[in-house]
Design a protein around this ligand. Structure first.
Ligand SMILES: Cc1ncc(COP(=O)(O)O)c(C=O)c1O
Length: 387
């Protein structure tokens, strides 16, 4: 039985063309871009071309692209790098939301605990969207002390979009720097004006969420912003990220990015939206079932629900037996049964927050799989409720 993979927010299969594009860098093009000789220089030329290609795809300058090891490092570099930079100008407040990925939230918590920063969390509504009025009031009283605002583009668990354009406008109005974690946006939604679409000074991207390889990503840092490095050594990435560049991964990421920029194919965008709506409609009548995002403002491929007071592990195990690979929200907490910090922030009870089931579909999903999944999920939930 071929499993039905409904976990595209955790990771995506590597694109075949991306895979092909990586191969030369795992064989004959093995040079180190920092070497002076011809083999090194050839690698340098390729690295420069990849950076220029990324900049062209994202509509920015090539020196605004920092290659990193993925979404986690992009967030760490953006948050640590800019917060520490701005502290030298006497700014020590970091504004964020309680629904951020831990790759952002834990950076802010560390800075608060050990480096003299104060974090301010902007509350979210029942659908996980930051309340912009609250942000405005925080900026009205604290703007001159704010080092950074970090609020994601779309949530990995619920799929909820944040109002990043309004947030960016507010940050500009109050003269503060805005970082957004867009790891989940690319590959699922379109960007109609390049990276400027996010209206942010710093944007995190993560290749394995859009059919690129794991272990590579981008931090876009709007010129002339120059985050402090968090990894020290050589002068790579314009003194912002030391370490010999992973050209194979970068090659694969750029090929994958090319295929999903400015957005995935129209037919996919259309089907994902329709299919998620269909699942929503079919599950909605079940007694005790709750959805945790709005239909309008969330990733078209994602649906998160809780069911009565059932914990996620038993539902996920039952679905797995039937061949459906789903997730309990943040992949990092799978198996640990920790309540989802995202759902708690949205007003869920502890029990509900331990029961979150996330379905995330993608490029290889078919209509047939959707029909099969609807029938399996409905019968599994009804059976669990009867026991
Ligand atoms: C919103 C978000 N940010 C950051 C990350 C971390 O990315 P990576 O797996 O590349 O470290 C993820 C991955 O789950 C994510 O969903």
């Amino acid at each position: 039985m071929k499993p039905i993979y409904f976990d595209y927010n955790a990771t995506t299969p590597l694109d075949a063309d991306a895979f092909e594009s990586m191969l030369p860098f795992l064989s004959e093009n093995f040079g180190n871009p920092s070497s002076i000789h011809r083999i090194g220089r050839r690698a340098r030329v390729m690295l420069d071309q990849f950076r220029e290609k990324a900049a062209a795809l994202l509509g920015c300058k090539s020196h605004e692209i920092i290659f990193t090891s993925g979404g986690t490092e992009s967030n760490n570099l953006g948050i640590f790098g800019v917060s520490r930079l701005m502290k030298r100008s006497d700014r020590n407040i970091i504004v964020t939301s309680p629904v951020e990925h831990h790759a952002a939230l834990h950076c802010v918590e560390y800075l608060e605990k050990y480096e003299g920063f104060r974090k301010i969390l902007i509350p979210v509504d029942r659908n996980g969207r930051v309340i912009v009025e609250e942000l405005k009031s925080v900026l009205t009283t604290n703007a001159d002390k704010v080092a950074l605002v970090s609020i994601m583009a779309a949530n990995n668990e619920t799929g909820s979009h944040q109002p990043f354009q309004e947030i960016g406008n507010l940050c500009q109005e109050f003269g503060v720097i805005y970082h957004t974690d867009a790891a989940q946006w690319f590959g699922k939604e379109s960007i109609d004006s390049g990276i400027l679409f996010f209206n942010a000074d710093l944007v995190s991207l993560c290749a394995h969420k859009f059919h690129g390889p794991k272990g590579v990503g981008i931090l876009y840092a709007k010129s002339p912003l120059h985050p402090d490095p968090i990894i020290f050594g050589g002068g790579h990435e314009n003194d912002r990220r030391a370490g010999t560049e992973n050209l194979a991964n970068i090659a694969g990421m750029i090929k994958a990015l090319e295929k999903i920029t400015p957005g995935p194919e129209d037919s996919m965008l259309f089907h994902w939206k329709q299919w998620i709506q269909e699942i929503r409609k079919s599950l909605a009548p079940l007694d005790g079932l709750k959805f945790w995002s709005s239909e309008e403002n969330s990733l078209r491929n994602t649906l998160m629900f809780t069911f009565s007071n059932q914990d996620a592990i038993s539902i996920l195990a039952a679905l797995d037996i039937e061949g459906i690979c789903a997730s309990s929200g943040s992949a990092c907490s799978v198996g640990s049964l920790l309540p989802s910090h995202v759902l708690l922030a949205q007003g869920a009870s502890e029990t509900e927050a331990k029961g979150a089931i996330r379905l995330s579909i993608g490029r290889e999903t078919t209509g047939e799989e959707i029909q099969k999944a609807i029938s399996i999920i409905s019968s599994t939930l009804s059976r669990i409720q009867k026991n």
